[in-house]
Each structure stands twice: as C-alpha cells, then as structure tokens.
Design a protein around this ligand. Sequence first.
Ligand SMILES: [Fe+2]
Length: 286
Amino acid sequence: MNPPQTLELPTANALPQKNANPVQAMQQDYDNYSPDDFAVWQALFTRQAAQLPGRAHPLYLKCVGDVGFTASAIPRFTEVNEVLASCTGFEVVTVPGWIPEREFFSLLAQRRFPATTWLRSRANLDYTPEPDMFHDVYGHVPMLAVPAMADFLEGLARIALPHAQNPLIIELMARIYWFTVEFGLIQTVEGLRIYGAGILSSGGESAYCLSEVPARAPFDIQQIMATAFYKDRMQTLYFVLNSFEQLYHSLPEIERVVQVVTEVYNDARLQGLVERMATRAVLQLC
Ligand SMILES: [Fe+2]
C-alpha cells in the first residue's frame, strides 16, 4: 500500500476485534484471473528474480521462497496466509484498492495487511499510478514473514491510532512508513541491500537506489520525520538501517516525538503559530 495521506483513527482501546474487519469483506477471486494476468505476473516476477539477488536483503529473498511465490502462478492469499500465520501471525486481507487511513492502520494494528488483487496490464509493466497486486504482494508480503518487520508495522500503527485528528502526526507517520516499509535500505556485511516494498517491486528503482545517483543517509527518526517525499518519481534520498532490530527499537523514539509534537499542537498559546508552521519547523522544537 501507499503510505497514508490523511487519517481519522480510533483510539487504541477502540481497535476493532480480529473478526470485525472494518473493510468490507472481500475474497480473492482466483478463477477470475486471465491468461494475460498470469503472463504479467510471470514477466514481473522473472524480471525481479533476475535483479534482486545481490540487491535485496537475504531475508526477503528467503521469504519469497517461504511464502511460495513462483513465476508460474499468481499467489493464492489463502496459501500465503497459512505461511504468514506460522511466521508472524500476519495475514493478507483483500481490499479493492486505496482504503481510508483509519482502516489501513486499524488493519495493521491487528496484523492484517491490506492488498489489492488486480494486476497492471501487459502494456504498463513498468508503472502503475495505483499500487497493484504485484506491489502489494510481491513487494510487501515476504517482509511480513520477518518478525522484526511485523512487530514494527503493528507498533507503528498502534502509535498512530490515538492521534487520528492530528494532521501533523499523520504526516510524520506517513514519512516514517515511506522511508522504511516502502523505500528502506539496510546495511549488511555483504553490502547495501533493499528491504522496502516500493523498491523491491520496481524494475527500475531496484537498480537505481543502489547506484551512485541518489543520496543515502543513516537511519534517523527525526531526520526522516523532517523529510518530505514524492510519489511520482524515483527517490533522491534513501535512509539506511543497520539492522531490522534498529527499526523495531526506533518505536519508543517515534512515540516520544509524537508526544512532543502533540503537546505543541495542543498548546493553546501556540495554536496560531502551529497552524502556520511546516512539519519541519515543528520538529525543531523537539
Ligand atoms: Fe506499498
């Protein structure tokens, strides 16, 4: 999924129960996939399978196999979910496309990951304005089997939930999601590797992000929160983790900054000021 644009979220205590899916119940209609759909999946899978060894993190590559992805078959969500359940307790749920951020974070907080079931056309293999199943499933699902990533996603969602009415917090959470879950890089003993789904599902960006062209900076929560992102072009800056544990252990820092920004936002003496301030300026008060 793309990161959230706006949020209206319930408090953590108002989280829906596991069986009370806020998204209208949908199922993957596997029999509805056409030969063209299978051809598109095969072409995209084959291209990334050739590109990602030596570029993607070894855990991602291992998990692509663990969840049973192959070039010849579009994944069945029921089969994928059996594997995820045993790894991290995550499950993929079917959504029609973009969903409201309230529902997006509510699902993540329950270890449910929303995914589309449609595939881009054969004529548009290189780009879709909206995330399709190849991005949602091939890009995201393998990392849902990694415990530190699963814990981070749930934790991030639970931090976001009580701040539904605060647009600054919404923007900060979107930036964190974007520069980690979607476009994150990680340092390994073998070199720099990709773990972000937006890169892993992109033929062009999976090579570009490791080239000499874009800038790279150490993973830093406040720096990420102070950095705007663009959806319609390749990134000019990537943030680099030392380990997946570093990502999970950043949650207390995220929560601390969120609390500070919330206090500033709610301070009546600063109301007029806050309304005029950009997120970057607010962060400088932290
Ligand atoms: Fe995504």
